[in-house]
Design a protein around this ligand. Structure first.
Ligand code: ADP
Ligand code: ZN
Length: 445
């Protein structure tokens, strides 16, 4: 191992042996845990949904003997959690549940997640292992700028960082000036928040007299929303930190289900806790490693709400082969889209992440944008509002047209669609302290 590699990879013993478990042993552990989880969901669920579905499919918990038998089990979805709101999917009595979280639930009721003491340990352990993979240790100062509260981001990152033994600064989201001050004064070496919020913090820092490059910040752990490689490059180039992708969802546990190691070559999924499958979202057929489809996750160690074959709607693939970092736990590709965030514009399927990539190919723009969809004379219209980077124009007024044209071309070359490009003044599009809202769909059917 070269000295360069030694520096990049934290010592193996600091993380969990699970990250390096040989395949056959991992599968043995998974099948034992899977049987327990299925049994718990079948017998324990308050709403009895799993039992009904398994009975209807003619499969009993004891029929699950190999990992392949998982294919005989019914799927579960977000709708199941909504329909049994709030506690229907719980498998443990209230007195064993020590924490509640809920998803933001932009439409209708939120979905409620519950955790036993053990579940919180599982969660903190995945976050801790993930942070070690990002090169962090107990010597780090970790600023948690995800929102604290029902949202899983804040407390999830917090407990993981505490389990790591790091110095944790629970700033929560918001009050950007204070974020910048704390980052600078307290010497944060790592920050956890949404990528869009970090881009905002980085953009505001100079206004408060701070150059992030000159602070001790070296790692960002960014997730909770899709973000493109273009945004990653933008963040890394403008701030000099290494920007790591972290994935998770409330229904499964929260952030930390999967996370990049320093190689940034896919997100390691903590398979001893979360069993991944990739399916064709239409036929529900299980796809082989390497093929893209919908990620389905079964929780292997969660007690309060064991989740069997949960359809995440997130599109990715399991990356075949082992990561250069040496971990044996498998990796998933970065998630650029959900099967349900697809916009259909004039019959063409377009994802917000494609528009983001197109914008970031053009110089002089900020990574903040909004897509507004309207319908005029029965025809879909896409307006893309993009913001100029500060001082992008100088005195040359003419450049505006050039930039508009370049963005239009760039979007056309990726999507085949013409978009109306509106250039907005620097910092005029609303910022979010949590997940960014990129699409405003004003079309009525
Ligand atoms: P809500 O449904 O209220 O947004 P969550 O916070 O649990 O609740 O959101 C989970 C979803 O966020 C995931 O299913 C996924 O679509 C998205 N997500 C989380 N992390 C990432 C990431 N790193 N890349 C892409 N999408 C992500
Ligand atoms: Zn790795």
């Amino acid at each position: 191992m070269s000295s360069q590699e030694k520096r990049r990879d934290p010592p193996f013993q600091a993380t969990s042996a699970m990250d390096f478990l040989p395949g056959p042993q991992m599968r043995e552990l998974q099948i034992a845990r899977l049987r327990k989880a299925v049994d718990a969901a079948y017998h324990g669920q308050r709403c009895g949904l799993m039992k009904q579905r398994m009975d209807a499919a003619g499969v009993k918990p004891d029929d699950v003997r190999t990992l392949d038998d998982i294919r005989r089990l019914p799927f579960s979805t977000k709708a199941d959690l909504r329909d049994t709101y709030p506690y229907g999917m719980f498998c443990r009595p209230d007195e064993e549940v020590v924490r509640i979280h809920a998803s933001s639930g932009t439409t209708g009721k939120p979905i409620v997640a519950g955790y036993t003491r053990n579940d919180l340990d599982v969660w903190a352990d995945s976050m801790r292992r993930g942070m070690i993979g990002c090169g962090l240790s107990h010597r780090d100062i970790i600023q948690v700028s995800y929102g604290y509260g029902l949202f899983t981001g804040g407390l999830g990152a917090h407990c993981g960082a505490e389990a790591l033994g790091a110095m944790v600064i629970p700033t929560s989201a918001g009050n950007t000036e204070r974020q910048v001050m704390i980052l600078h004064d307290l010497g944060s070496t790592a920050i956890c928040c949404t990528p869009s919020y970090f881009a905002h913090i980085a953009e505001k820092a100079p206004e408060f007299g701070v150059d992030i490059r000159k602070t001790r910040l070296r790692i960002g752990i960014f997730g909770a929303e899709p973000w493109s490689d273009g945004l990653r490059r933008h963040i890394e180039e403008t701030t000099g930190i290494q920007a790591q992708d972290i994935y998770g969802l409330t229904e499964i546990i929260g952030p930390g289900v999967a996370i990049e190691c320093l190689r940034q070559d896919g997100l390691h999924i903590f398979e001893d806790y979360f069993y991944p499958e990739i399916i064709d979202p239409d036929t529900e057929e299980v796809l082989p490693d390497g093929e893209e489809g919908e990620l389905v996750i079964t929780t292997l160690a969660k007690e309060a709400i064991p989740m069997i074959r949960y359809r995440t709607r997130d599109i990715t693939a399991i990356i075949p082969g082992r990561c250069a970092c040496g971990r044996t736990v498998r990796r998933i590709r970065r998630i650029g889209r959900r099967s349900d965030d697809m916009m259909i514009i004039r019959g063409v399927n377009v994802f917000p992440s494609q528009i983001e990539s197109a914008i970031l190919r053009v110089k002089g723009l900020s990574p903040n944008y909004q897509i507004v969809l309207t319908r005029e004379h029965e025809l879909d219209q896409m307006e893309v509002r993009v913001e100029l980077a500060e001082n992008a124009l100088g005195d040359r007024i003419l450049d505006i047209e050039e930039i508009q044209k370049s963005v239009g071309h760039s979007i056309f070359s990726i999507t085949g669609l013409h978009a109306r490009i509106t250039l907005a003044e620097s910092k005029s599009i609303a910022r979010s302290e949590g997940k960014a809202k990129r699409v405003i769909d004003k079309r009525t059917i």
